[in-house]
Every structure is written in C-alpha cells, then in structure tokens.
Design a protein around this ligand. Structure first.
Ligand code: ATP
Ligand code: MG
Length: 296
C-alpha cells in the first residue's frame, strides 16, 4: 500500500498539527515567480509522462482532493498542475451543495461514483470533507440529511472521521493512491482577493456575497480544518497544508508532490509475454514485405 514520504507540509498522523502554526506564506523560502513558473512547466511535463505510464501500468489510480477556504486558488491550481495531462486519463469533479438525490444517500455516495478508474487520475474539487467542514460550521445543514439518530449522538463527528478513514484505507488497499491538499490562505489575503474581484470587471463573475458572509465564521472553519486534518491524515492518505498566499509557490509545490508520488510508485509499461515477443520478428518481416498480405 502507498505510504507518504516525509515532506515539510505533510500533516503528521499523531494529532500534533496546529493550523495557527502552519505557514500561509512561504516567505523567503519561495523561489521567485520566474523560477517557480519554469520549474512548474518542467514538473507538469513530467506528470504528463508519468500519467501515460500510470495508464499503461493499470494497477493504481490517483485521487487528488482539494479543500480550501474561498478564493484560496483551488481551480487555478488544478488547471495549472494538470494542464499537460492527456484529458482522457484525467477527470475533475466539483462538489457543490448536495442535490436532493444526493441527500437521500449516505455522505460518501456522491463522491464514490466519481472515483478514478485504475490507471486514471481523479480530482475532487471539494469532496466528502465538506461533511466535516461546512456542515460542522453549519450543523443546521444536517436537518436536510434526515439521519435516523440525528446529531444528538455525542460521537457523531468521530463517526464521520472514522467513516472517512476507513473509506480511504479501503481505497488505498485496492490501489487508489490518495493525496489531499489543503490550500492554506490567510484571512487577509482572502480579503485582498475578494476586493480585487470587486475592482476588476473581468473578475466580477467570481464575486459572491455568500463568500463574504462566510468570512464571519473564519475561526470556526479553522477549527474544523485543524480537527479534520488531524483526524484523517494517514500515511496512505496524507494531507498536505500548502501555503496559499503565494500562488506560484503553491502550484509548484502541489505539482512536485504529485510528481514525486507518481515516481515513487515504480510504474512501468507492461511487457509482452515471451511467446508474443518471439513472434515480433515474424510480424516485423510480414509488415515490411508489402507484397504479402498479413496473416493471422
Ligand atoms: P468557485 O467559487 O471557485 O466556483 P466553489 O467550490 O466555491 O468554487 P461554489 O458553488 O461557490 O463553488 O460553492 C460551493 C458551495 O457548496 C460551498 O460553499 C461548499 O461549502 C458547499 N458544499 C459543498 N459540499 C457541501 C455539502 N456536502 N453540504 C453542504 N454544502 C456543501
Ligand atoms: Mg465559491
């Protein structure tokens, strides 16, 4: 089963992660914009090549989960990191407010239908983690889920974490490599990005009054993120808390983690069996000789 290697932004699995201490800005550690862009381009090309082998190898699938506060840059990161990948081998799904059909099922149902097939990359832009994040901050949303025992059970949130951990472990055991990215933007940088959405006409479409209202719950979200990351970062399904105030650095860091993970899987193109290989010479000769029809 896949196991994450150590990394400066890896959330440890010993419950010691403190969101307040996690950087939102890489500061001087970040290479300049030009270097980041150049390294990103190289990394994206490597990911594209590795994805071809992932597909041919046909043993693993890769699931990338993105969670963040609004305006942290989920969309832009997904676009930048996967821009070189063959679209046939990659599928992005965005999860918004659940539909009534989705609410009529358990909370893992809607995402399970979009899990990547073997050999493919699946990206979740938001995910079942919303069920321990936005729903934790707004427990009134649980009313619409019509759960038989309601929320009165004191273990309610623990059970949700447990369901998620077991789900991810099951997937990992069956060949899904899971990487989870929390794009960690600061409250002040989010304010600046909302302001620029108001000020620049080409960004008006991105502006949402609801997003501004959600800022009032910032501290509750931070608490919910800290707890969720601690409860569910495991070696086979690690969380990375990526500083998100510097977009170039964030995109490069995410791309490097994906590339290094794919490399660590030791993927290879399948080899034809020796009998088929022995027939290659005959086939070559047959194809080269235009006068002869190819025979079975
Ligand atoms: P963008 O704004 O960049 O287009 P987004 O992911 O913020 O992307 P929106 O349509 O603005 O998309 O917001 C989706 C909303 O759906 C978020 O507020 C999110 O918290 C909410 N949501 C997602 N899953 C659930 C869930 N299971 N229960 C309740 N709300 C959810
Ligand atoms: Mg939004």
């Amino acid at each position: 089963m896949f196991k994450a290697s150590s990394h400066p932004f890896l959330v440890p699995d010993d419950n010691s992660f403190k969101l307040k201490k996690a950087d939102t800005d890489p500061g001087k550690n970040a290479p300049d914009e030009e270097t980041c862009e150049q390294r990103l381009a190289e990394c994206v090309a490597e990911i594209a090549e590795l994805q071809q082998v992932l597909y041919a190898h046909d043993r693993y699938s890769l699931l990338l989960i993105f969670q963040a506060m609004d305006a942290a840059g989920k969309d832009g990161t997904i676009r930048a990191v996967l821009s070189g990948v063959n679209p046939a081998g990659c599928h992005v799904t965005s999860f918004k407010v659940p539909s009534s059909e989705e609410l009529d099922h358990d909370f893992l149902w809607r995402t399970a239908r979009h899990l990547p097939e073997r050999g493919r990359i699946g990206v979740f832009n938001r995910s079942y983690y919303e069920e321990v994040l936005v729903v934790r901050v707004h427990p009134e949303f649980l009313g619409a889920q019509r759960l038989p025992n309601g929320v009165n059970n004191k273990n309610f949130w623990q059970w949700r974490y447990e369901s998620i951990r077991e789900h991810e472990q099951h997937l990992a055991r069956n060949g899904t490599v899971i990487l989870k990215f929390f794009l960690n933007v600061s409250k002040d940088e989010q304010r600046r990005r909302f302001l620029s959405r108001l000020e620049e006409p080409e960004k008006h479409w991105k502006f949402s009054e609801k997003d501004v209202a959600e800022r009032a719950h910032w501290d509750k979200y931070q608490q919910a993120y800290e707890e969720a990351l601690n409860e569910t970062s495991r070696p086979w399904a690690p969380w990375y808390a990526i500083p998100a105030d510097n977009k170039d650095f964030m995109r490069l860091t995410v791309a490097e983690i994906i590339r290094d993970t794919l490399k660590s899987l030791d993927l290879s193109y399948p080899k034809p069996d020796p009998e088929a290989l022995a027939r290659f010479d005959d086939m070559r000769a047959m194809l080269k000789d235009k006068s002869k029809p190819v025979q079975n």
